[in-house]
Design a binder for this molecule. Structure first.
Ligand code: SF4
Ligand code: SF4
Length: 182
């Protein structure tokens, strides 16, 4: 992994649906996330390793919930994504694990935090943080990390509402990785 970069070097971020993160990284599931996914889709959607639960990957390394639609790569889980996916490419920590503490520091309602980004994501634009980035993406990322909110508005790609509803309907019907490609 390339060393994470402090958020103060990020001008803005938006997901371009390239799907790279969903092909290159293994997603760790919290026990409650594992339970929920297994309950809906069955045990084959997860795997265990080193005492942790992970989302299962296809032979090519991609997440089994990754789907290609019109040349773009979408998450089939959407609002049920694991927290690790909701936070990507950001890391919200209570200590400056990756250095450059002053650049990573953010005071969220009196709570000292250190936020970094994984430079692997091509959706990042480098420079001085724009006010819009700080008040939307950064704020939402921190709130998801702290458990203040779960829904994503700014920290995910903007899907047409019809497509979002379609993916949600598939999930409700348990049509995840085993279902036909959309
Ligand atoms: S989060 Fe980044 S790496 Fe992942 S699909 Fe979006 S732009 Fe690509
Ligand atoms: S759950 Fe969705 S966002 Fe997370 S790795 Fe799989 S396809 Fe990507």
């Amino acid at each position: 992994m390339v060393r994470p970069v402090p958020w103060r070097r990020v001008a803005s971020w938006s997901c371009n649906l390239c799907g790279k993160c969903c092909r290159e990284y293994r997603v760790v599931l919290k026990p409650e996330e594992w339970l929920k996914l297994v309950d809906i889709y069955g045990p084959e959607v997860a795997e265990v390793g080193h005492g942790k639960f992970y989302l299962r990957r296809r032979p090519d390394g991609s997440c089994i919930f990754l789907k290609k639609v019109g040349g773009k790569w979408l998450c089939g889980l959407q609002d049920m994504k694991p927290k690790a996916c909701k936070l990507w490419p950001f890391k919200v920590l209570s200590w400056p694990k990756y250095g450059r503490a002053a650049e990573a520091y953010v005071n969220y309602m009196g709570c000292p935090l250190y936020v970094y980004v994984d430079p692997f994501c091509p959706g990042l634009k480098w420079g001085s943080p724009t006010p819009a980035f700080v008040s939307t993406v950064l704020k939402e990322t921190i709130e998801i990390a702290l458990g203040i909110r779960t829904e994503q508005e700014h920290t995910t790609s903007k899907l047409p509402e019809s497509l979002r509803l379609y993916l949600r309907a598939r999930r409700v019907r348990g049509l995840g990785p085993a279902g036909p490609r959309i």
